[in-house]
Design a protein around this ligand. Structure first.
Ligand code: NCD
Length: 307
């Protein structure tokens, strides 16, 4: 049974195929409106979420399917001590596909190993978030028309930001890509990402604390929220939370066609004044995420022989 835990579970050719499907969905939504008729998605979110859960749910409804959902971790059997493995076996009896978010790294893999239906990782702790990456990739594709020869700046919490880790992994498969990693010392990209991805593949990258200094080189600026829920103490969070705040003034030296991405939710890291800038793409990213989740669920259910 094919599940998607990491963005690298999808080959570049499969990502291209998903993008082609998403573009076709955008142009011909009626063609897809009955594709999942009678099928059920279960959303299992053991961590707060608005966008990702509702995006999966909207995606399944737009494919003509139905959704069953857990009200929240506190009211689920997890609070009685049920294991992720058992929950996955149980939910497989009710649903044709599962989207799961969990605070523990590796939880989605455990679920996939125990479920008898496809599992999609909707975020496992500070590890991966492959469907956000699909949203990011469709956004880059629609804005830039390519994945090659791009300088991508990541700014903010690069340590705990799972969307950052997944997008670095995805983009490191394309030639001519360079990364500029902008963060406070304490929130640098984990060394496993540097060693296993960037250094291993010989991808050019620089680490800096200076957002404005890095700005002129960037084709894409990926802003992130400081991940409060992953901090061990409140004091560190309060000290670091406003390390970077993107304002129109700071964009003075940015390329005119630079794209500003953010997985959302935004706290303080992008001033609302930036929303009017044509380079701001974060609300487009939300919509792109729904189309890519539609394309992904259709693909997995087809491969499973369910549709
Ligand atoms: C992200 C996440 O959950 O990792 N949000 C999302 O899914 N769009 C980013 C975040 O929470 O900061």
């Amino acid at each position: 049974m094919r599940s998607i835990i990491d963005i690298l579970d999808l080959s570049p050719a499969e990502i291209e195929e998903l993008i082609a499907t998403a573009m076709d969905i955008i142009e011909n939504p009626a063609k897809y409106a009955e594709v999942c008729r009678g099928k059920k998605l279960a959303t299992l979110f053991f961590e707060p979420s608005t966008r990702t859960r509702m995006s999966f749910e909207a995606a399944m409804y737009e494919l003509g399917g139905n959704v069953i959902s857990m009200a929240g971790a506190a009211t689920s059997s997890a609070s009685k001590g049920e294991s992720v493995a058992d929950t996955a076996k149980v939910i497989s009896c009710y649903a044709d596909i599962i989207a799961m978010r969990h605070p523990k790294e590796g939880a989605a893999l455990v679920a996939a190993n125990n479920a008898s239906v496809p599992v999609i990782n909707a975020g496992d702790g500070g590890h991966c978030h492959p469907t956000q990456t699909l949203a990011d990739l469709l956004t880059i594709y629609r804005e830039k028309g390519r994945f090659t020869d791009l300088t991508i700046g990541f700014c903010g919490d690069l340590k705990f930001g799972r969307t950052v880790h997944s997008l670095i992994n995805a983009m490191s498969r394309y030639p001519g890509v360079k990364f500029v990693l902008i963060s406070p010392e304490e929130l640098k990209v984990p060394s496993y990402v540097k060693k296993d991805v960037l250094q291993k593949k010989g991808i050019p990258y620089v680490q800096t604390t200076d957002l404005e200094g890095a700005m002129p080189d960037l084709d894409i600026l990926y802003m992130t929220r400081v991940q409060k829920e992953r901090f061990f103490n409140e004091e560190d969070y309060l000290r670091l939370k406003d390390s970077y705040i993107l304002t129109p003034d700071k964009l003075k030296n940015a390329k005119l066609d630079m794209n500003i991405l953010h997985p959302l939710p935004r706290v303080n890291e992008i001033s609302v004044k930036v929303d009017e800038d044509p380079r701001a793409c974060y609300f487009k990213q939300v919509l792109n995420g729904k189309y890519m989740r539609m394309a992904l669920m259709r693909k997995l259910l087809k491969e499973a022989g369910t549709i």
